[in-house]
Each structure stands twice: as C-alpha cells, then as structure tokens.
Design a protein around this ligand. Structure first.
Ligand SMILES: O=C(O)CCC(=O)C(=O)O
Ligand SMILES: [Fe+2]
Length: 229
C-alpha cells in the first residue's frame, strides 16, 4: 500500500486490532508446534492436531454427553427448523474430567482459559446435522449487544472429535474448500477472524448429516475478551 493509501485508509478499531493480534499470536504458536498441521487453504487459518485426546478420555466425554444431552439451540433472530438438529450439553468446566482438557486446549492455542466459553458437547444421530454457519457473531443481530458485554466477538474455535463415525458427519468448509472426516481424538481449530481482525466469511462451515453411526464432539469457542469473570 502506498504512503497516501495507508494514510487515508480507515483506521482499524481497537477491537479489530486486538483480534488481528490474536490471529498472529495463535498462528505463530501453532506453526511452531511440531504436532500441529496447518491445512493448505487460502484465506483462513485452519489447523489440526491428531490424537489430541486419548481413547479413554474420549470415552469419558462421550459418557458425559450421553448423561446430560438436550436438544441443541441456535443463536439467531430467525427460527430455522432443521438447521441444527443435534443434541448438546454444557460440560462443567470445574469438573476434574473437563478442566484439564479445557486447559490443554487453551495452552495449545496460547489463549487464557478465561476467554473460553463453557465447553459444549454435541451428539449427532443419523440424519442430524448443523447446517452452514459462521461461529463469529453477526454484529447486526439482536444478540450482539449482550455478547459484547459477555466477552465480545468469538475469535478461535477448537473442536475435538470423540469417535470415528461409520459414515457421514464430516465438517465441511465449502468456501475454504476442506472437508474433515471425524476421527477419534482429532482436534480441529480455526480462526474465525481474517488477517485484518474482522469476521472472515470464508470460515463458513457445516456439520454434515451423519449417515450411519453416532457422532460425538466437543467444541470450545474463544472470545476476544474474558468470558469468565
Ligand atoms: O459438527 C460439526 O462438525 C461442526 C460443529 C460446529 O460447527 C459448531 O459446533 O460450531
Ligand atoms: Fe460451528
């Protein structure tokens, strides 16, 4: 960018600058971790870590989800039946089974655990899905005012598949062009913001319908500010 273009370009807001820095810091940390693989996609930061959780830990998480699950909800002004048909549950962050996983994910990314929302468990039976969506908050929706008070925008998402699924249930990023098949213990993480610290539309993704078997995952969404106070 020329000197004049830079001088007259709109200045990024302090919030966008903070999110931009989180993208840089977390990206550098993941790039430096030999156990982490960066997905070869343009226009989004997407990474994997195989066997992030062992089989016994995954089995404990599956049992917790089965005990506490209820129909999933959607954060939207529209009432869209069929959009998210799974079951979900909140994983108690202070439980001795959950806290170490919470902390391990936060340490992997280098984000303070207090920026993470409550870990969510999700279960998809055959035919169940989570249609294409962004994890970041749409700042035009009515929930945004409340979200701003509760930690602000979502920056990084981390998901862990707790089991192999017989058929279906891949996580598909149609714009970024990757499809991830569930595999026990596999962690998938991506930055919902772009290099300017603004919502990255190319992170649109869906949990494709399970065809055979049952899919279990846990999801962590990180906020730009502290979520736990
Ligand atoms: O089930 C999946 O593969 C995707 C889940 C997801 O996008 C989410 O929980 O935000
Ligand atoms: Fe999502």
């Amino acid at each position: 960018m020329s000197f004049f273009a830079r001088k007259f370009a709109p200045k990024p807001s302090p919030a966008a600058q903070g999110r931009r820095q989180v993208g840089i810091d977390v990206g550098l940390r993941l790039d430096a971790n030999p156990a982490v693989i960066r997905a070869p996609v343009d226009g989004a930061q997407v990474y994997f870590h195989h066997d992030f959780l062992d089989a016994a830990t995954c089995a404990r998480m599956v049992a917790m989800i089965d005990t506490n699950r209820r129909p999933s909800t959607l954060l939207s002004d529209r009432n869209d039946q069929g959009f998210r048909t799974s079951d979900s549950c909140d994983m108690d962050r202070w439980s001795p089974d959950v806290q170490p996983i919470d902390e391990a994910i936060a340490a992997l990314l280098g984000i303070e655990p207090e920026h993470g929302e409550t870990m969510q468990g999700q279960r998809y039976a055959p035919g169940q899905q989570f249609r294409a969506h962004h994890d970041y908050f749409h700042e035009s929706e009515s929930y945004w005012e409340r979200m701003q008070r509760e930690g602000g925008q979502r920056t990084w998402t981390a998901m862990i598949y707790l089991n192999d699924v017989e058929d279906g249930g891949a996580t598909w990023f149609p714009q970024a062009g990757i499809k991830v098949a569930p595999r026990r213990g596999l962690l998938l993480t991506w930055n919902n913001m772009n290099a300017d610290g603004l919502p990255n539309e190319a992170t649109i993704h869906e949990g494709m319908p399970v065809v055979a078997g049952v899919k279990y995952i846990i999801t962590k969404w990180f906020r730009e500010n502290r979520w736990v106070r």
